[in-house]
Design a protein around this ligand. Structure first.
Ligand code: ZN
Length: 231
């Protein structure tokens, strides 16, 4: 499903938020928004003068605690005041991720969201929108994210080691190990399809380490690296 085909539903959700008096226009520049405090101060919340130029749409949040019972990370609580009024439609009229994802997940009947723990902190905003829009909330499971030994995200710009399809079996076994599934040594000789069958049968969210990231071991070298060339 492409987001571009979903604009009618996104617009309907924006109209619902407008009817709830939760939306307001904001034309603050990036510099104004980030000066001093990283949280948007709500500058345009109570503006009386109409905004005529390009503007984003923000949703007015309440300073309430939102608690997520994450299947891997456990209870995660955040007060929406720490988030501030967030953008639901960008200045270029493109609907923002938190709104698109809750509307689209509901339309697709998504029951479980499994994704990287780097998105855990963006989840309370999505739960807040689900409540406002009377949409069902899926279950959440935020997996620890592999990082460089120093803790930085893996990225091409950091010359992180790319995955090598020639050693897919070894990589899958390493991932099973990181996910707490304790793969037996005999798996080392299994084919990729056999590994998937084993992994699906043994998947257990309760065994996954309850932490936001898993640094790759530095001493052992990059475990996802290809084998040294022969000869
Ligand atoms: Zn503003």
């Amino acid at each position: 499903m492409h987001q571009s085909a979903r604009s009618a539903d996104h617009r309907a959700a924006l109209e619902t938020l407008h009817a709830l008096e939760r939306l307001y226009a904001c034309d603050c520049s990036r510099r104004e928004r980030t000066s001093g405090d990283a949280v948007y101060a709500g500058t345009c919340r109570s503006r009386r003068d109409p905004i005529r130029g390009p503007h984003a749409l923000r949703v007015r949040v309440d300073p309430v605690d939102i608690t997520i019972d994450d299947r891997i990370q456990g209870p995660f609580r955040m007060n929406l005041a720490a988030l501030g009024d967030f953008i639901v439609q960008r200045r270029d009229a493109i609907v923002a991720y938190p709104l698109a994802v809750v509307v689209d997940d509901a339309a697709l009947g998504v029951t479980d969201v499994v994704r990287g723990a780097d998105l855990l902190e963006s989840t309370p905003a999505q739960c807040f929108l689900q409540t406002l829009l009377s949409l069902p909330a899926p279950r959440y499971a935020h997996l620890p994210v592999l990082t460089e030994p120093g803790g930085a995200k893996l990225a091409k710009s950091r010359r992180s080691v790319p995955l090598d399809g020639r050693i897919a079996s070894r990589q899958l076994i390493a991932v099973f190990d990181w996910l707490g599934l304790a793969p037996p040594p005999a798996l080392a000789r299994a084919r990729v399809d056999e590994l998937w069958t084993w992994g699906i049968a043994h998947w257990d969210a309760r065994r996954v380490p309850r932490r936001p990231n898993l640094p790759l071991p530095a001493a052992a070298g990059p475990p996802l690296a290809p084998p040294p060339p022969a000869g």
